[in-house]
Design a protein around this ligand. Structure first.
Ligand SMILES: [Zn+2]
Ligand SMILES: [Zn+2]
Length: 382
């Protein structure tokens, strides 16, 4: 029987509804995240907001507090699900290494080499991004040259474009196609935290005024408010801190991965287009369509068991053992940094003729689907 792409998928993802939704392997943690949001809101609505209904002269003002809390929660959960269930920007795996590998392998075969992965082929390439040469690496697992800013997630076992990090709370990689929703999720969660905290504090204040007692007596009267406030206070450090950190990352056009690995400063960061343009890039550009059609019927080679694949004559055993290894491109960004710091403007000036810094075409060029297939367009083999 013909199988679909998601049924023969080599990454560690989980699929739902016949491949319509894609999650990370740790998608179960998503349920915990949902409960961590839902339970405190239910407690707040049932034990705090319910009493606040009678505290305002206008009947609707009291009700509005609960309604707003529920609406915000639905919004937060929807963003969480969207960030979690969509393709984060996975680069489809190639079924064989790029053609040039074979060429280079045969060329060096003259020198006594074999046509195997041990033959030193070009594992890096230089591409020009915003007028600066950037070295990109070949991924043994996915058998593609990774576009700049792409990284292989060891949890999902996929190369992901503009890889930010793998979020255990969302249970998915955060990358090119879901970063916007991820940021809206954490920032909306921050607002929800502040709102629930403030309304619980308001209730404590109302009890204090009504009973003319101390804050301790008021807290004793409504322990639910205290629990909810304490919970929101702790969460606020987490989601609020994360929101602040990502605001900084977005305004300087860095990913979490780049920031943690290389501490790219804004001067050396070749992707920085200025604060406003960086924010526009995250929020106002059209999100690229997925490169994967999980529901399409898989090409036949993918449906064969891997053991058989290794013995196929047309599939060169190039990459046999190496392919199994999960490669992380820890050094790439370092290279980017070194390259950009080197200010290698000789090479740059040639490139500047065709592209200006920050032009949108540059982004299209580097994300050209041909790129991952080893196209020589704007790519120089090293
Ligand atoms: Zn990969
Ligand atoms: Zn991942």
């Amino acid at each position: 029987m013909e199988k679909r792409v998601y049924q023969v998928w080599k990454g560690n993802n989980k699929f739902l509804f016949g491949g319509r939704l894609i999650f990370g392997p740790d998608a179960r943690s998503l349920l915990i995240s949902i409960l961590l949001i839902l339970v405190p809101v239910v407690i707040f609505c049932a034990l705090v907001a319910r009493h606040l209904r009678h505290e305002f002269e206008a009947y609707y003002a009291g009700n509005a507090i609960s309604v707003l809390a529920v609406a915000l929660t639905i919004w937060v959960l929807a963003l969480l699900l969207v960030a979690s269930a969509r393709d984060p920007g996975i680069i489809p795996r190639a079924s064989h290494p790029p053609e040039e590998f074979y060429n280079e392998s045969s060329a060096s075969a003259e020198g006594g080499g074999r046509q195997t992965p041990s033959v030193p082929f070009s594992r890096t390439k230089e591409v020009v991004v915003n007028g600066t040469a950037v070295r990109v690496k070949y991924c043994d697992t996915c058998m593609v040259y990774r576009p700049p800013r792409c990284s292989h997630c060891s949890i999902c076992n996929n190369c992901v474009e503009r890889f930010d990090h793998h979020c255990p709370w969302v249970g998915q990689c955060i990358g090119l196609r879901n970063y916007r929703y991820f940021f809206l999720f954490i920032s909306s969660s921050t607002i929800l935290c502040i709102y629930v905290f403030a309304m619980s504090a308001l209730y404590i204040k109302i009890i204090m005024d009504d009973e003319q007692g101390t804050v301790w007596r008021a807290m004793k009267k409504s322990p639910a408010s205290v629990v909810v406030m304490a919970y929101c206070f702790i969460c606020l450090w987490f989601v609020g801190g994360l929101t602040g950190f990502h605001l900084y990352l977005m305004s300087t056009n860095q990913t979490t991965y780049e920031n943690f690995r290389y501490r790219v400063n804004s001067r050396a960061n070749i992707y920085n287009l200025g604060c406003l343009n960086n924010l526009m890039e995250v929020f106002c550009t059209k999100i690229k369509p997925s490169r994967n059609n999980f529901r399409a019927f898989a090409p036949e080679t993918l449906q064969r068991p891997p053991m058989v694949l290794n013995h196929e004559p047309e599939v060169d055993d190039t990459g046999g053992e190496k392919r199994a290894k999960v490669e992380d491109d820890l050094e790439i960004g370092g290279d980017i940094l070194k390259i950009s710091q080197r200010h290698n403007f000789d090479k740059v000036s040639e490139a500047m003729d065709v592209r200006s810094r920050g032009s949108s075409e540059t982004h299209n060029d580097i994300s050209d689907p041909n790129f991952s297939l080893g196209s020589h367009q704007q790519v120089r083999a090293r």
